[in-house]
Design a protein around this ligand. Structure first.
Ligand SMILES: [Zn+2]
Length: 116
């Protein structure tokens, strides 16, 4: 499983977020590279998502770690593939990489289980 939708309750504000792993962030932070991003919501920070869990496309681009001394990760996610831009500070800069499966520990969670 590549992605899951999480139903987020943030202080009474309800919205959906897409959970997935980024291999670039995983390399920078030596973890699963898990992201849980608001999608198709009216949240201030939100991405447009094509409603496809297997071959997701998000717009605009994904930029994490800007200003972080460990480095930043910048990509376009298009039809389930990360296109890492050259301003990424990891070995995948300039590469196109298929989205990995979610880790087992995360995939077992229920859609309303916010406790990760
Ligand atoms: Zn990343």
């Amino acid at each position: 499983m590549k992605c899951m939708i999480r139903h987020i309750n943030s202080g009474g504000k309800l919205y959906d977020a897409l959970a997935f792993c980024c291999p670039g962030c995983a390399e920078l932070h030596d973890n699963d590279g898990l992201h849980v991003l608001p999608v198709n919501t009216d949240q201030t920070t939100s991405w447009d998502w094509n409603n496809d869990l297997e071959n997701p496309t998000l717009t605009p681009s994904l930029l994490t770690g800007a200003g972080d001394p460990r480095g930043q990760c910048h990509s376009y996610l298009t039809e389930g593939k990360f296109h890492f831009l050259m301003d990424s500070n990891h070995s995948l800069a300039g590469e196109t990489v298929a989205m990995p499966d979610l880790p087992e520990w995360f995939a077992r969670k229920l859609p309303n289980d916010d406790q990760w």
